[in-house]
Ligand binder design. Structure first.
Ligand code: HEC
Length: 261
């Protein structure tokens, strides 16, 4: 290798190790000393096996904190992106991840000879290997605390770049605050410009939601959807968000009228 190429390579490696706008932790290639010390954990109602499980696992917070140290972006509107073997991606709020105890499980302690016990997934019989995200607090909302299996990597990204079609153009503080709340609490189920989840309706296309709901109705709906539709799958937010938050989300949604695509 020429000296020139070697220097370029060195620059590339050092910048990707120390500072990055999208730091990534590859679970498959991480060395022993990059991985945190494993511990034994108990999950009371495992979301995949529907029973109590014990695993050997790495504390998620340790991995997330090492990603945060490498990040060059503001962490306030950051999200974690979990990628599985087949390329499937699940996201969650960076702030939420650090509020609870999450673990990256790599061995099922009830499996006798192998590392994992199989489970039925559609027509197939599969295992969560190589890595599986679990949470020990049984009270957590699944839409905020996902449990993806067959994980291969975790990255820390800004919501603005990951959900770029749903990100506002405006630099207004309220609008930005609203997007930050929306990407933390709503985007899992709702899309804006077809970016986001599909459980709830799209909120900008073809008509922006603020065009057909009054501000007061929208605030009431966001804080307590069950008072409008008793069997709705939308969670009640009045214990998590206040009026001001609901208004900030509306500033953001209104701002998206100028970016309908
Ligand atoms: C777990 C999924 C989920 C989450 C999270 C969620 N919603 Fe919903 N939302 C729904 C579903 C499902 C509906 C459809 C309501 C129904 O008819 O049951 C809905 C309906 C709505 C509606 C009414 C849409 C219409 O056209 O009538 C609004 C507005 C809304 N959600 C805003 C939000 C906001 C803002 C957040 C975040 C604070 C949020 N939702 C979080 C699932 C969700």
């Amino acid at each position: 290798m020429s000296k020139f190429k070697a220097i370029i390579l060195l620059l590339f490696i050092s910048s990707s190790v120390f500072a990055n706008d999208r730091p990534n932790f590859n679970l498959l290639t991480a060395s022993r000393n990059q991985l945190p010390a494993p511990i034994k954990i108990t999950v009371h109602i495992d979301p995949v096996y529907n029973t109590e499980k014990q695993y050997k696992a790495y504390p998620l917070a340790k991995i997330v904190n090492s990603l945060a140290r490498q990040s060059t972006k503001s962490l306030i509107d950051s999200i974690l992106v979990f990628t599985a073997t087949d390329g499937y991606k699940v996201t969650m709020s960076y702030q939420d991840a650090l509020l609870e105890k999450g673990y990256i499980a790599f061995k099922d302690l009830s499996a006798k000879n192998e590392s994992w016990v199989k489970f039925k997934f559609g027509n197939e019989s599969i295992t969560p290997a190589p890595y599986y995200l679990v949470w020990t607090n049984p009270e957590l909302d699944k839409w905020r605390y996902p449990s993806p299996f067959q994980l291969t990597s975790i990255s820390l990204q800004s919501a603005t770049s990951y959900f770029s079609s749903a990100a506002p153009v405006s630099n207004n503080t309220k609008v930005k605050q609203g997007f930050s709340l929306f990407s933390r609490y709503c985007i899992r189920c709702h899309s804006v410009n077809h970016t986001g989840g599909k459980l709830g309706p799209e909120l900008n296309l073809p008509k922006n939601i603020t065009d057909y709901y009054s501000e007061q109705k929208l605030t009431d709906f966001i804080l307590d959807a069950s008072s409008f539709r008793p069997k709705t799958k939308m969670p009640v937010f009045k214990n998590i968000l206040n009026n001001e938050d609901a208004l900030a989300i509306q500033y953001y949604l209104k701002a998206m009228k100028s970016k309908q695509k």
